[in-house]
Write a protein that binds this ligand. Structure first.
Ligand code: A3P
Length: 289
């Protein structure tokens, strides 16, 4: 297996390089016109980033490609020395900036709250998220080995994966709704009615787009289209970081793949735990368990 180990910040496991850079991350200076894309890992980050990009560029595919090459939406916590950190990349960007994070609310640099930034959150149903994360950890060489599916099931439920507990993440971001400018979206809704959700994102970004542009964005951000885009599918990332012969980065992009992974017993156990952990939130997912 891989030798990668996670370290914890306030009980949240993170990659060691992120923990080493924690001081710089926490003192990050947000700007009032920053838009922060927030997700738990494997919830559709790459997808929403592409949607946001296409909206920003009015559906101009070539401009989007260029934006991707420039890594326009750095993760603020990203760290892989000696490369510039996410914070340093963000500092070098012109405003208005679009940034990304997987951090739970309680670990977010305070400056984002103080500057009343816009937050775009995407939540994905937990079971598909877990399956996606499992396959991601199998192929990602800078994250720990997930072990067997049975082992991973426990690790994930206990929140001992990078960026911590799914439950804490979604509940935390749901709770700041109403107090901050946050658009809270669901992966399953984007899948079901992409045009409607893309229109919401455009409105949130203060952009009015023609129907033809909206239709084009729907087409260009489909799983099939994105899977074939070398700037998106990570085909340029070396095998020593992502071994896509184990599992592709653009894996399936479907709703309900968990049914091919969970045993009946695991599903019952999970549902019970889910009820307990979600008892103290009004956040509800419209998907079948
Ligand atoms: P699967 O592993 O279930 O296929 P993230 O970008 O946050 O890492 O999330 C990755 C998940 O989003 C993967 O899920 C990936 O296939 C899916 N995804 C990426 N682009 C997508 C798209 N255009 N439509 C649907 N799902 C997409």
């Amino acid at each position: 297996g891989k030798q990668t180990q996670l370290r914890e910040v306030e009980g949240v496991p993170l990659q060691a390089a992120i923990v080493d850079n924690w001081g710089q991350i926490q003192s990050f200076e947000a700007k009032p016109d920053d838009l922060l894309i927030c997700t738990y890992p494997k919830s559709g980050t790459t997808w929403i980033q592409e949607i946001v990009d296409m909206i920003e560029q009015n559906g101009d595919v070539e401009k989007c490609q260029r934006a991707l090459i420039q890594h326009r939406h750095p993760f603020i916590e990203w760290a892989r020395p000696p490369q510039p950190s996410g914070v340093e990349k963000a500092q070098a960007m012109p405003s208005p900036r679009i940034l990304r994070t997987h951090l739970p609310t309680r670990l977010l640099p305070p400056s984002f709250w103080e500057n009343n930034c816009k937050f775009l959150y995407v939540a994905r149903n937990v079971k598909d998220c877990m399956v996606s994360y499992y396959h991601f950890q199998r192929m990602n060489q800078v994250l720990p080995d997930p072990g067997t599916w049975e082992e991973y099931f426990e690790t994930f439920i206990n929140g001992k994966v990078a960026w911590g507990s799914w439950f804490e993440h979604v509940k935390g971001w749901w709770e700041v709704k109403g107090r901050y400018q946050i658009l809270f979206l669901f992966y399953e809704d984007i899948k079901k009615d992409p045009k409607c959700e893309i229109r919401k994102v455009a409105q949130f970004m203060g952009k009015h787009l023609d129907e033809t542009v909206l239709d084009k964005i729907v087409q260009e951000t489909s799983f099939e289209k994105m899977k074939d885009n070398p700037m998106i599918n990570r085909s340029t990332v070396p095998k020593s970081i992502m071994d896509q012969s184990i599992s592709p980065f653009m894996r399936k992009g479907t709703v309900g793949d968990w049914k091919h992974h969970f045993t009946v017993a695991q599903n019952e156990r999970f549902n019970e735990d889910y009820k307990k952990k979600m008892a103290d939130t009004s956040l509800a997912f419209h998907f079948q368990f």
